[in-house]
Design a protein around this ligand. Structure first.
Ligand code: ADP
Ligand code: ADP
Ligand code: MG
Length: 452
């Protein structure tokens, strides 16, 4: 690998740049007009403007990215997460231009980017999926019969959905046909793909996912699991490893299932197999696979003492999976706290604007991944993630205690943040007990945001 184009922005662009420094690969960064003053741009060998602020005109403009890579002598592209990271056409187009796409093969991205195809692939690999039904809107009686057989409440999901969008709960039979037609129309509008399907809505439920890393020839390394049950709007806010919820038997079975799925696809690079776990029975079910590096990958890096992004670069450079990754064993417990510019008092609505103060903690076992500095203006065009605080402890109690201290030392002024909610989560007896399910945060929100 001669030179890498980092086709992303924000904290993940900074994260990929750090991995480039670790493996000694020069890198080029890109920016939209809104991002021209990003403090990380001067660290790159070159920084190139790829278009106007709207993502569709810049970070989602595959042609501009490929042209920039070719024009700056880059022979590889790292897509980060979000944007084009799970776009099979983009991955194929990179390869078509002789540029290495740092990630899985485009076929793997295509299969898993379509949740219905992903479900079929998981079933074929012998991985348990949520009881469900592939909806054919021209045969509503069959949907109704399937809905009855699965049992209410049901969840309608858009096959092309993502980022917590494209899901709708249906409580009773009488609402099903209307809800299906509306969900399908919404999916068409949001994702240009009207296909939806039904799943049993499991409640209470935990989100537990397995980090895998494949060499592309059928060898899969597993790096344990992450618990991601503290969520708002079906999106993660706090993640940790290992999961405090699952038994050792469930952990082993889940990791085996994820590995089997990766092997069946001869998966290449970093990927995450997501499951939900029924709180009452510990039964686990595949929900989707994310074919990219994930926001919460640092908790795994802290516990396993590895660099997943550097490993992606080494593999893409033809050096195979690093020995350090093959030999990695877990030690301790890590928790990630997402510090977003969002207002918890207004349903976590994004609150872009000028960041007046921005102070993050440092110290033993404390890692902060960020691109924000005091005096920086956050653009309304992009994701609200400002920073990730990741804390490693000897065990879970130690990680929580250290998190409470670290969160006390986070100071952000100018934009609303969930910092106070995060502090109260860290102090909450239910969180300490390790029993919180995916609906917990929203259920407790009034309490977690009440004046002290
Ligand atoms: P992760 O699963 O990696 O923990 P998220 O689920 O929050 O994190 O998604 C990662 C990023 O991808 C976020 O920036 C999210 O907004 C974005 N994203 C994923 N899928 C979509 C989608 N279909 N539409 C818009 N944004 C998406
Ligand atoms: P996305 O692509 O938006 O990340 P996922 O399928 O991963 O979609 O689901 C996101 C979240 O929605 C999960 O973490 C979980 O909280 C919830 N969820 C998904 N499927 C179910 C289900 N069948 N029952 C209950 N909750 C679910
Ligand atoms: Mg998901």
């Amino acid at each position: 690998m001669r030179k890498l184009l980092i086709a992303n922005r924000g904290e993940i662009a900074v994260r990929v740049a750090r991995a480039c420094q670790v493996v000694g690969v020069p890198y080029v960064m890109v920016y939209s007009e809104a991002d021209r003053d990003m403090p990380y741009l001067p660290t790159a060998e070159r920084a190139v403007c790829i278009g106007p602020s709207a993502p569709a005109a810049s970070y989602l403009n595959s042609q501009a990215l490929i042209t920039t890579a070719l024009g700056t002598g880059c022979d590889a592209i790292h897509p980060g997460y979000g944007f084009l990271s799970e776009n099979a056409d983009f991955a194929a187009s990179c390869e078509g231009h002789g540029i290495t796409f740092v990630g899985p093969r485009s076929e793997s991205i295509g299969t898993m980017g379509d949740k219905l195809a992903g479900r079929a692939c998981a079933m074929a690999a012998g991985v348990p999926v949520v009881p469900g039904h592939d909806v054919d809107l021209t045969d509503l009686p069959a949907c109704l019969a399937a809905g009855r057989a699965i049992g209410f409440p049901l969840l309608i999901k858009a096959s092309a959905g993502g980022g917590g969008r494209g899901m709708r709960v249906v409580d009773e039979e009488s609402q099903l046909t209307d809800a299906l037609q509306q969900a399908s129309a919404e999916a068409q509008a949001a994702f240009a793909d009207a296909r939806v399907y039904l799943e049993r809505y499991i409640n209470p439920v935990h989100h537990v996912e397995v980090q895998i890393f494949g060499d592309g020839d059928g060898k899969i390394i597993e790096l344990g699991e992450r618990e991601c049950s503290v969520q708002r709007r079906h999106q993660k806010l706090v993640e940790e490893s290992p999961s405090p919820v699952i038994s050792d038997a469930t952990r082993t079975a889940m990791i085996t299932a994820a590995t089997q799925l990766g092997e069946s696809m001869r998966y290449r690079s970093a990927g995450t197999v997501e499951f939900i776990v029924d709180s009452n029975t510990q039964a686990f079910y595949f929900i989707e696979m994310n074919t990219r590096i994930q926001v919460e990958h640092p908790v795994t890096e802290m516990v396993y003492h590895v660099d997943l992004v550097a490993a992606q670069l080494s593999l893409a450079a033809g050096e195979g999976i690093p020995a350090s990754l093959r030999a990695a064993r877990p030690r301790g417990h890590a928790i990630e706290w997402r510090i977003t510019a969002e207002d918890p008092l207004r349903q976590f609505l994004p609150t872009p604007g000028l960041v007046d103060e921005f102070d993050m903690p440092a110290g033993d076992g404390v890692r902060v991944d960020t691109f924000v500095r005091a005096g920086q203006r956050l653009s309304p065009y992009y994701d609200s993630l400002m920073a990730k605080l990741i804390v490693l402890g000897a065990d879970r109690d130690d990680a929580i205690n250290r998190s409470i201290d670290a969160l006390m030392h986070c100071r952000v002024a100018g934009v609303a943040t969930p910092l106070d909610v995060l502090r109260r989560v860290a102090e909450a007896p239910a969180f300490r007990a390790g029993t919180v399910h995916t609906g917990w945060l929203e259920h407790e929100l009034a309490e977690l945001t009440a004046p002290r």
